[in-house]
Design a protein around this ligand. Sequence first.
Ligand code: URP
Ligand code: ZN
Ligand code: ZN
Length: 464
Amino acid sequence: MSILIKNGRIVTAVDDYMADVFIEGEKISLIGKDLKVQADQVIDASNRLVLPGGIDPHTHFDMPFGGTTSADDFASGTKAAAFGGTTTIIDFAIQPRGESTLKGLDIWHDKANGKATIDYAFHMIITDMPDERLPEMRRLADEGVTSYKLFMAYPGVLYVDDGTLYRTFRQAGENGTRICMHAENGIVIDEIIKAAVKDGKTEPKYHALTRPTRMEAEGVHRAISIAEVAKVPLYIVHLSSSDALEQVKIGRARGVDVIAETCPQYLFLDQSYYEREGFEGAKWVMTPALREKWNQDVLWQGLKFRDLETIATDHCPFCFKDQKELGKDSFTKIPNGAPGVENRMSLVYNGGVVGGRISLNRFVELTSTAAAKAFGLFPKKGTIAVGSDADIVIFDPNRKETISVKNPHTHHMKVDYSAYEGFEVQGFTETVLSRGRVIIEKNVMKTERGGQFVKRALTGSLLR
Ligand code: URP
Ligand code: ZN
Ligand code: ZN
């Protein structure tokens, strides 16, 4: 099968030019002006941007959490991602505590295998790492799992102590792999929560009020210090606040190999959402919590000046009815997480490029290329180049949509609300190719499934 994309404006993290793209099989085989080639299918991309498919390096599909399971599985989640212009996700497999990490990998392969519409990879969440298990980490890397997430938050659930952090960090560094860190001092936060609940403070807004930004900053500071000593490249996930970003800047200024991710929710939503009538604030109960609005400007500056490297979604949806409602009596029982995998590209294009905060090239870098580089997918993915996978998004920079659970163009996620209800965005995905297959054509799904597990290369350092 061959496809010719004609008359488009190709934008990568560094280029911006008019050309045709010729795809043979799964790969891009030729790029040039007015290509005279025979193709099985011709797609006219006039007045459209031709972008590398989005890469969302932080999703939780089919994840058991908070007494329930995230509402999107690999079938619905990857379809929704595709509609939004994302062609690769990196999800988090979980090591069952006290058992093999390889067992965790098998469980996640079973969840995804045969269901995904776009390509996917896995990070591994490490829940314990005694010395005798350390050799498993090299086996994980051989299996293409070259990054590991550890939690300072959620004591009794996913939390690990500093000794475990250090052991895992050192081994990951020796193996040429990367650590992802949920950086928040969960032990102190749990004490704050206990005191709040004792005082009868149980509404959703106390989720945010019991998680001070200083405790996120402390976690970031500690993770950076441990990574520095253990000599491992570090990636701070879902960074939400100015206080936390300050610690990243300090670490980087000292020469520590640390990069950080933020998410649309921290760029476009804020703590006032928890003040909504009744229990509605539960929709935005996620960790870290939404912050005071002024933090948003600081995060945008971080994106612009490269102290923040990627924008992921941390897509972890729970239906308002039945799932979020588990916490009706206390915010401590609300499953943590919110949907967003489908809306990321439009939100960031609208807020970033249309809003004049970042360039078009930086938009591509933040939503695709940087994640590919950080996580061993580049140049297979994350760019438009001869030899790269034909993961391509044809994006209409002028089309406007209003994000809503009721809008069939913006909501394919299997969750009964939108975190961005009523947001008007300019810039919308129209046609999507995944490894040379047209999976969405003019906003209609053409091919489901067919997504494959991607073994990632060793990640090394981005700072060298
Ligand atoms: O609230 C969140 N973020 N839920 C998903 C788990 C995590 O911490 O990433
Ligand atoms: Zn997390
Ligand atoms: Zn997460």
